[in-house]
Design a protein around this ligand. Sequence first.
Ligand code: URA
Length: 261
Amino acid sequence: MNEDDQEWLECLASARAWVQEWAAEGVDGFSRLPTATKLQENPSPRLESAAPSSQVKAPKTAPVERPEPHRSAAAPVTLEAIRQELGECQRCGLCAGRQNIVFGDGHPRASILFIGEGPGQQEDEQGLPFVGRAGALLTQMIEKGMGIPRSDVYICNIVKCRPPNNRNPSPQEASTCRPFLDQQIDAVQPDVIVTLGKPAASLLLDREVAITRLRGTWQEYRGIPMMPTLHPAYVLRQYTAENRRAVWEDLQAALTRSQGR
Ligand code: URA
C-alpha cells in the first residue's frame, strides 16, 4: 500500500469515527435539503432544514445584529468576472511555485461561505479548494455533519496560489489577494461566513486571534455573521473528541444562523 492509499484509509477511518460518534449521541439521520427554490438564474441553496432540530445547538453568544446591509444596491460583480480580472495573476511571489490558481468552488449564491488558508499540493494540482485530506474531512463535515451537499456551499481561501511547503500565507501575500476574496464574498452574498483556522479568522478580524478560544463565538465581517472554527487539517492532526465536537457545534450554529433561526 502506498502513502496516498494509507492517507485515504486514515481519512475514511476519521470520517467513520465522526459518524459513529454522532450515532452514539443519538443522531439517527439527517434530512435532505428540499429542492432549492428557483431564484433568477442562480437558484440559491438557502437552507431550510438539514439537521435534526434536536441536534442543533444554539450559538454560544447572542446573534449579532447586522448594523448595515452588506449587499450593495448595484448588481455585484460575478464570480466569472472576478476570476477573469485575476487572470494569470503575478501580483505576488506565490505565482512562481504554483501549478494552478485555486479560485474557489461551489454555489455562486451559497448561503454559507467557507474560507481556508491557501491551497495545498492536491489543490494546486487540481485547481480546486479542499480536495486533499483536509478537504475530505471538510466535505464530510458539510455533507454528513450539516446534511447538505458540498455543492450547495461556496469554498475559497485567503490566497489563491499554494504557499511553498504549505506554510501560512504571509501578510503581504494575504493582503495582495484580499481584494479578490472580498469580491468573492460580495458576489456570493452569503448569509454566514465560516472561517477555517487561525489565519482566515485573523485576516478577516484584522487582529491576531487565538482560534481555540475564539471558535464558536459569533463575529462579524462587513455586516455578515462570521463563525470561526478549527481548520480541518488541525482536527486531523489533533483528532480528539473535544476538537471534533467543537467543529460540529460551530457548523450546527452556522447552519442554524444561515436558515435565519
Ligand atoms: N487547506 C486550506 O486552507 N485550503 C485548501 O484549499 C486546502 C487545504
